[in-house]
Design a protein around this ligand. Sequence first.
Ligand code: HEM
Length: 427
Amino acid sequence: MGIVDEIRQAAETLGDRKDKLTEKVSDLVGVLADRNADESFAAMRRFDPIVSLPGGVTIVALNEDVKEVLSDPARFTADLYGPKMEAVTGPFILGVDDVPLYHHDHAAMDRAVTRADLPLLASRIYETAHELVAARRDEGQIDVVSQLADPAIDSAISAYFGTPGPDTATQLRWARNIFQELFINVGNLPTVRERALADAALWREHLDGLIEARKRRLEAGEDLPDDVLTRLLRYQDEGEPNLHDVAIRHNILGMITGWIPTISNALARIVDELLEREDEFERAQEAARAGDRELVAAYCFEASRFNPQNFALLRYVAQDTVIAQGTDRETRIKAGSTVFAATLSAMHDERAIDSPDEFRVDRPWSDYMLFGYGMHTCYGQQIVRAQLPAMAQALFEGPRLRRARGGAGRLRFEGPFPSGLTVRFDD
Ligand code: HEM
């Protein structure tokens, strides 16, 4: 039985238990994304490009339809995230659509997190990653997640925002637990929710302390680091857009939550994908050794296209609507439905992407939907494009990398997040 049939069968069994159905669909589409994604999504695009289930869940697989969903926040809203964010971080940009708060907070953060910082963000993470890799050379191997990406990202973020966690492990755990509740807990499991709320309460208190302490130093006229926190506090005395203390807190919390788990996840999957593609990995390493960061980036994002961390983005349908109107796949969607916009499938849609099954490093950036599409396109996209290849370069520029022997050399998970992938230096 194909996955689409399994999904339909689950819908029949679960009837109108929407939470359960959304969770089941998420699991099954996840299975589809992990195993035989090419074939399964190709079949879906060909025979069943819009799967609409009676319990109020719809999956769209064509590039065109995914774009239609993600580019129209009035019909396909981010309301699924909104209430969760409200509870955990306070209102945050991904959880609200085209309202004044979105534009205000976005503009205020744009003043403090600027493009001018990108070279520094890249060079700092490169240096840290380089040191972390060098420290493991004698052991002959390094774990890409726990010994490289996690500590490098935590250190880069802590310095950039000026709001380090109590320690690395705690900040990583807080960010992952909250991320899981906001974006992965589609079935609304109470244990996941409660854990995230408890962590968020601790993190908020911790940030309040840091904000308060920094304010006192600012008032005392001390010399302060030019980090995001100092900038946001300084803007409070200037005109709009700026943020009051609580808004500073929930924006920083939201940003770090979006930052830590994603880049680490991406690097682990990229390395895992390249380890399966010997020739491409060899060329990616050659590019790194030649100092060609742009080419390293092209290998990274192309590897991500085959092994992304999001197979779909979810949207809520507030009022009855129609997808793909005027086509033979036109589908009515009822108010209250959840739509899975399958970005993984969209990036492999032969109607929109040139030779989608080929691994190519000369693709236009518009072929990629790793960072979403439309209004909610990832705020951190340019940061990732700077930091991820820098970290990859530090890893790739040394000797040939191979999987460590045994289980350590396989991508391992803790819950939904990669927790380990050990590679050995083949000197
Ligand atoms: C490889 C790393 C990353 C990936 C794959 C990624 C992916 C995404 C995707 C797919 C979305 C759209 C979600 C949707 O439409 O439902 C998104 C939104 C967002 N991301 Fe990222 N992200 C990454 C890193 C980051 C980083 C480093 C930050 C923080 C600087 C960040 C902050 C955000 C924010 C704030 C939004 C919401 C934007 C808005 O609503 O306008 N992300 N990200």
